[in-house]
Design a protein around this ligand. Sequence first.
Ligand code: AMP
Ligand code: MG
Length: 534
Amino acid sequence: MATSLAPGNSSARVQFFTIFPCNKIHTCRMQLNPLFRAHRHRNLRMHFDNSYARLPPRFYTRLHPTPVAAPGLIRVNSALARHLRIDPDWLQSAEGVAVIAGNRIPAGADPIATVYAGYQFGGWSPQLGDGRAILLGEVIGADGVRYDIQLKGSGRTPYSRNGDGRAPLGPVLREYIVSEAMAALGIPSSRVLAAVTSGEWVMREGAEPGGVLVRVAQSHIRIGTFQFFASSQDLDAVRLLADHVIQRHYPEVSLADNPYLALLENVIAQQARLIASWQLVGFIHGVMNTDNMLVSGETIDYGPCAFMDAFDPAAVFSSIDHHGRYAYNNQPGIAHWNLAGLAQVLLPLLDRDPDKALALAQDSIDSFPQLYQNAYLQGMRRKLGLAESARDDAMLIQDLLDIMAEQESDFTLTFRCLSELADADRETASGLAGLFELPQAFTPWLSRWRQRLAADSGDSATRRAEMLSVNPACIARNHLVQAAIEAAVIRQDFAPFHDLVDRLAQPYDHHQRDAYYAAPPRPDQLVRQTFCGT
Ligand code: AMP
Ligand code: MG
């Protein structure tokens, strides 16, 4: 099967029509809110400073979570809690569990459900929002970064539409496992601080146990948040939101000649790096709607996502993605399209002259394919142990991918195996004995790669160590995730879930005893479809 390396040829047009009448363009610089002045209260367990809740009321609805019947602690992410300056022992106490469940509002919280819109599978949804999530507030982490603390599965809100505002346990565990695995791989991602069972049933296909998750992200501001305000021609709100995002995520751009253009460029660059990092580990998001793309550049919305086992550039797992819009190979092109949507709503902020604004936006958007390609090639070179760049690298990579696709070779273990083989003249990948071997079909490519390595700088032992540090041995494979969820949901056995979360925290280590976690699925274990499970 022919594969395409990257969407170097994708294009996305910034729509000409502007949603705003041009005489409303304001060019005044932002007013600095005291965003970074964390309020510290003695005796508080979480030191909230809620900048989003200080935006005007049309950005959210203020409301409390709906309590659940009988919360039961599943897991607290102690390392993340400490990073957020929250005492993990307190979080595991009765009071902490009540907070996680939404049954108790911690001092300093200002709970809100935020409003947004979005293009879902290409179609416009003018009104979405936190339909089953409530933002408790923001805290400043040990790294000085501001983080949202959000409950997911915490009851109905004005944005629930026909939903019940609840989350089944399966998707809660899935998000816990996969988002934490992504973070451990070094990929920007929302995180999970804690999860509880709710002691209530939620109705989906049948009755399922419910759960509540505490999600942490640098913010939950989506491309769709901007689109919501632009669609109602609320330019003041778009500007306020842009100013908020600049201060929160890209403070350096406030010094640029055109801060809003610099904001757009930064979001584009961040997304180019993010999507490249997905491609480099074989991650398929599954629902890349504009409401599921954060302007902070973190991965969010772990619904029907999956890591592929055998390499297939057209891989799709989501049960609702009938036409493969969000297939593996389409992800960069879709990100490009989504970013053009962001550029469109920022147009009135870019320049008073609509033609000039459009030209600036289009230039920015046109930079995406190259930025993506650079990030992807740089990452692939590291995966292949190439310290220097050479003209034919893209071809070498593409040829490898073509053989992998043809051989249905396991994506993760192919690169892991190559890492082992990078050490001088090794013929076998000792660390993977019994798990994986490169088929004969790779032999001619291997000689080309070895020739290329010989011309590269650096010694082979260092190269091997570096490759092993970027090519994971253990990823959140579908069948492992599924087995952990089934054990918990069907047999109330959470041990496989805990073991998997623990193991995936060190994805680049491999020990012989890890076969269960590192091995690809047997044919009878293959999971071909994933569900958003909302
Ligand atoms: P998602 O597909 O997870 O990105 O969700 C799309 C929209 O549906 C968002 O506005 C969610 O808040 C909303 N939603 C999803 N599941 C539920 C639910 N169980 N109850 C209420 N709203 C929901
Ligand atoms: Mg979503």
